[in-house]
Design a protein around this ligand. Structure first.
Ligand code: AMP
Length: 569
């Protein structure tokens, strides 16, 4: 049986990356990354950008906007590479500069694309040397970019494309004049691209002055028709990336779905998460576009037959599937477009049955969540990830319910032989307590004792959540800083050195007075990691870590130089 939602999904998904005018080197990179299909913003933005036109895109983090501008730049660069930088991407923060630059490396590997992040706080001499060595894409914060331009160490006369990424954020941070000064240093015939989560009048002003007849793309223009979104209990949990697998496990424990489907972004994510869940005792099956039809049929059979309870899938793989007994849809990330969200959750809550849609969001994805709420005109309640105490309470409740059922239904006479002799020696109440403990202990997987740190959502800037923005606009990008009361440490070793979150937790818990639960969000980048720890413990932890090795290395450990984010000049 196909529902209208699903047939729509099939039609909508017809654009594959291969249908976009992208070179094989780029298509290879994308399939290597496990991307199965373009996100809506990519579908719409890539063709006009490859044509060379200007573009204004309204899109927040999580929509896939980085690839939407990076792929066309790489495509155009490959056809028309010169001596100097081909593209300049301006971004509000150092973190984003690093992320965007890494994205260019990932997508442009086979093209040998050289991208360089440039931001304040990093030694300028080192940056100058890197620029001299040759670079195709400069990804910079405005202040530092202008610094280089004024010193004559960055020339922009070869630049063909300029991207203003998170433009509203840059204006909020007081970069308006710098941006205009930089644009004036670039050739007039350049292609100019602006991405922004919101389009207030100031952005429109900038667009009017510097973009020529831009194509306009707005995420999720078509509002979902009332009634299109099924009545489903919709909840979201804000969790740091490192804690997502644990948070998911805990939610599954509390929700105890009959059958659930967990949506992931890429094939790799599907595989890793499936492994992780199976390792923790769940019965999860992976489903993605890289699998044969035969394999997919087998997986579906196991799910329908009840030998599997969890399906971990990409959108592509799940298209057209109809699972009768599905009770829960989980978005392991915030979906890249409101329409995707609506399609996904349309799989539960059918025919009057109760359905639950759970979304895990990283703090920076909070804005996408708000956009989905506005589109669907339905509230997604932000809830706290169950704590260890919540889990215990839930298990106690399950134990009580099981005992009650047994008292009402089972033939218990045969156990008199056990209880009677014990009752002579102990109080009957005590005997009961011991029996309950045994039942409780055998009632579930071992509860992991580590608390998942609570993280605050990054408030959306349009003021809907009532925060005061009259701060002079110079504050560092909120939500990207550490959580309140926490200090972020920089550790000079990351993914490429094989560092995993548990290695950092192990090193910190092993060497300092902190325990695992004191440690906050952990982010692992290619060549470094960031770890949040309580303010008061920073000195001790730094000292302790400097004396020890992590995965056989002695990496640099210091406080993250956060203040330099505020203004990169
Ligand atoms: P962005 O909105 O650019 O910050 O991207 C959000 C995340 O989505 C990043 O982790 C990307 O690697 C990922 N991503 C971007 N495009 C796709 C795609 N077409 N399929 C799967 N994942 C994607």
């Amino acid at each position: 049986m196909m529902t209208p939602n699903e047939s729509e999904g099939t039609a909508e998904g017809m654009t594959a990356f291969a249908d976009l005018p992208l070179r094989p080197e780029l298509l290879n990179a994308l399939s290597g990354l496990g991307y199965e299909e373009p996100t809506p913003i990519q579908r719409e933005a890539i063709p006009p950008l490859i044509e060379g036109g200007d573009l204004v895109g309204q899109a927040a983090t999580g929509t896939g906007k980085t690839a939407a501008f990076a792929l066309p730049i790489l495509q155009r660069m490959a056809e028309d590479r010169g001596a100097g930088p081909f593209a300049l991407v301006l971004v509000p923060t150092r973190e984003l500069a690093v992320q965007v630059s890494q994205a260019f490396h990932r997508y442009g590997r086979e093209l040998g694309a050289r991208a360089l992040p440039i931001y304040g706080g990093q030694p300028i001499g080192w940056q100058i040397k890197s620029i001299e060595r040759g670079v195709d894409v400069v990804v910079a914060t405005p202040g530092r970019a202008l610094d280089h331009i004024r010193r004559g160490t960055l020339r922009l006369d070869t630049v063909r494309v300029v991207v203003l990424d998170e433009a509203d954020e840059m204006l909020d941070m007081g970069f308006a004049e710098d941006i205009e000064a930089i644009l004036q240093e670039t050739p007039e015939e350049r292609q100019t691209v602006l991405f922004s989560a919101t389009l207030p009048p100031r952005i429109e002003g900038l667009t009017g002055r510097y973009l020529r007849e831009p194509v306009r793309i707005q995420m999720g223009r078509e509002a979902a028709a009332p009634g299109e979104t099924p009545k489903v209990r919709q909840e979201a949990y804000i969790v740091g990336r490192a804690h997502k697998p644990a948070a998911l496990g805990r939610l599954l424990d509390v929700e105890a779905p009959t059958a659930a489907i967990v949506f992931c972004r890429t094939r790799e994510e599907v595989d890793t998460l499936t492994e992780n869940l199976n390792g923790s005792g769940y019965r999860a099956e992976a489903l993605h576009g890289g699998m044969s039809q035969e394999h997919r049929d087998r997986v579906m059979g196991r799910l329908r037959g009840g030998t599997a309870e969890l399906l971990i899938a990409t959108d592509v793989a799940a298209r057209g599937l109809d699972i009768e007994q599905l009770t829960h849809v989980v978005n392991y990330n915030v979906p890249s477009a409101p329409e995707t969200y609506v399609h996904r959750i349309g799989r539960v809550g059918r025919a009057g049955r109760e359905g639950v849609a759970i979304t895990l969001a990283e703090p920076r994805e909070h804005r996408m969540l708000k956009a989905i709420e506005r589109q669907t005109k339905q509230r997604i309640a932000v809830r706290k990830v169950p704590t260890v105490a919540d889990l215990r309470a839930r298990r106690l409740e399950l134990t009580r319910a099981a005992l009650q059922e047994s008292l009402m239904e089972d033939d218990l006479q045969q156990f008199l032989a056990v209880v009677e002799p014990l009752a002579e020696e102990f109080d009957v109440m005590e005997v009961a307590l011991a029996a309950v403990k045994l039942a409780y202990d055998s009632s579930g997987a071992t509860v992991d004792e580590e608390e998942i740190p609570e993280v605050a959502p990054q408030p959306s800037r349009d003021g809907r959540d009532g925060r005061d923005r009259r701060d002079g606009g110079r504050r560092e990008r909120r939500g990207r800083g550490p959580a309140e009361g926490m200090t972020r440490l920089f550790v000079g070793a990351g993914r490429s050195a094989g560092i995993r979150p548990q290695d950092l937790v192990g090193a910190i818990a092993g060497e300092s007075r902190l325990s695992g639960r004191d440690i906050g969000t952990i982010e692992i980048a290619d060549r470094f990691s960031l770890v949040e720890i309580p303010d008061g413990a920073a000195e001790d932890v730094i000292k302790a870590l400097r004396k020890t090795t992590i995965k056989g290395r002695k990496p640099t450990v210091r406080r993250e130089r956060d203040a330099t984010n505020r203004r990169s000049r």
